[in-house]
Design a protein around this ligand. Structure first.
Ligand code: ADP
Ligand code: MG
Length: 428
């Protein structure tokens, strides 16, 4: 009979090299199995990956409107819920859904209901790039039946900028025909890389930016007047504070330029790229009335008002930011004036093309624009003799004063310029 101590001990009977081999084989096997599990989990995007990503990055918040959005949310918040499906597959356009939704919320600017926003990005097929900006590429995309949208893609590195621009588009009562129409914001897995992309989805305008349009086209006086009127109306709406229960804060753009204005099919325009805006709510008592973006990015150097260039602007004064926008507006109107065909017209040029380098530094701009030199773009002499361009140049010059307080205001320009311009066309 064998006693326990007689049982041969296999472990101890193995040689040193056999033991080493066994350990290596077991470790390799374990490593291969773990790697395979990870690959499968990633491929099928198992829940824990998704959850990690979703909670890692903040989702769009809709602070004010949450209570109103809730009735639209389906009882189960899954993406295939009835409300969402009905909303996004009916034969309606995205624009009509946005407008309808917002009208029922007394005119907020929030685009699609939140739940639909999370589905729509998965229903959009990117087609081609249409623009390259500060944060990444802008794409033309197609939704379901082919309705075109524009998708501004931000990398997670620029998450704060995506959040801020989304937040501005969600501002109550922002929607206006001369402000780029917001549709949705969402997080998306990258199409090529596994990187998450942050999407901002808006109406698509096939004629592109005002800058690109003016480079390749000239305008009749009537087209010029309609374009100018629409830009001024957009800026006046942005600046205007509506003091009411569900009102609108005043908003200053802070990066107004022809590349941030889009041309619609009827040649009127809308203002986009709202990422650097500041908001002002005079009714706020609990927190600062001026809501500045959480970054120190300034606008585009070529379009910066003299008080920004020489740092004399009172950054806490909302009126000062609006006046700085009006200065930039003057430069945009000058770009448009040059391309107006009244028998003759000028070649497209950027403001200060003849005074600074292609990519001017702050110092360079300051030397040209700030006092004592205080140079401004030249209005051709012939503008004096053509009634519509004469009206335009008088406004442009009143947008350019060195003293921000002396400049015209956007609502003021809207009121006077539009009527005068149209009248002047009949006498041109
Ligand atoms: P960034 O913040 O990176 O400057 P923008 O919003 O200004 O991005 O867009 C960059 C460019 O992309 C614009 O100058 C324009 O040419 C193009 N673009 C942006 N949005 C649209 C749109 N909705 N429709 C057509 N083109 C657009
Ligand atoms: Mg831009």
């Amino acid at each position: 009979m064998l006693s326990l101590t007689d049982v041969p001990n296999t472990a101890t009977s193995l040689t040193y090299y056999e033991k080493l081999g066994l350990i290596i084989a077991l470790s390799t096997f374990a490593a291969i199995v773990s790697l395979a599990v990870l690959c499968i989990a990633y491929k099928f995007k198992l829940g824990f990956f998704k959850r990690y990503r979703r909670t890692d990055l903040p989702l769009v918040e809709i602070p004010e409107d949450e209570a109103i959005i809730k009735p639209l949310l389906p009882s189960s918040s899954g993406p295939s819920s009835t409300t969402e499906t009905t909303l996004l597959t009916e034969s309606r356009t995205l624009k009509s859904i946005c407008i309808e939704t917002e009208e029922s919320f007394t005119g907020s600017g929030m685009g699609l209901p939140l739940i639909a926003q999370r589905t729509i990005s998965r229903q959009i097929r990117p087609i081609n790039t249409i623009g390259q900006g500060r944060y990444g590429e802008v794409w033309r995309g197609a939704w379901l039946q082919g309705e075109e949208v524009a998708v501004k893609k931000f990398s997670t590195r620029d998450e704060k900028s995506w959040e801020r621009e989304t937040e501005i588009y969600l501002t109550s009562m922002l929607r206006h025909e001369n402000i780029l129409g917001f549709i949705a914001s969402d997080l998306r897995d990258g199409d090529i890389s596994p990187q998450i992309e942050l999407w901002l989805i808006t109406d698509y305008h096939e004629l592109g930016s005002l800058h690109d349009y003016l480079v390749r086209s000239i305008l009749t006086p009537a087209q010029m007047a309609a374009m100018v009127k629409s830009i001024v109306a957009g800026l006046a709406h942005l600046h205007y504070e509506i003091v009411a229960q569900r009102g609108k804060p005043g908003i200053a753009h802070r990066d107004l330029k022809s590349k941030n204005i889009l041309v619609k099919k009827d040649l009127t325009c809308c203002i986009g790229d709202l990422g650097l805006c500041v908001r002002y709510d005079s009714r706020r008592t609990d927190s600062p009335r001026l809501d500045m973006p959480n970054n120190d990015k300034a606008g585009t150097r070529r379009y910066l008002a003299p008080e920004i260039l020489d740092d004399s602007i009172n950054v806490n004064n909302f009126e000062a930011w609006k006046a700085a926008d009006v200065y930039s507006l003057g430069l945009v109107l000058w770009e448009i004036g040059r391309r107006t065909d009244v028998g003759v017209y000028e070649k497209y040029q950027l403001p200060y093309y003849d005074a600074v380098s292609a990519d001017p530094s702050l110092e360079e701009m300051k030397r040209v624009v700030c006092e004592p030199s205080g140079v401004r773009p030249t209005c051709p002499n012939r503008w004096e003799a053509v009634p519509c361009l004469n009206v335009l140049q008088r406004v442009v010059k009143e947008c350019w004063y060195a003293n921000g307080g002396a400049r015209l205001t956007a609502p003021n320009i809207k009121k006077n310029l539009a009527a005068n311009l149209f009248n002047s066309i009949h006498t041109s």
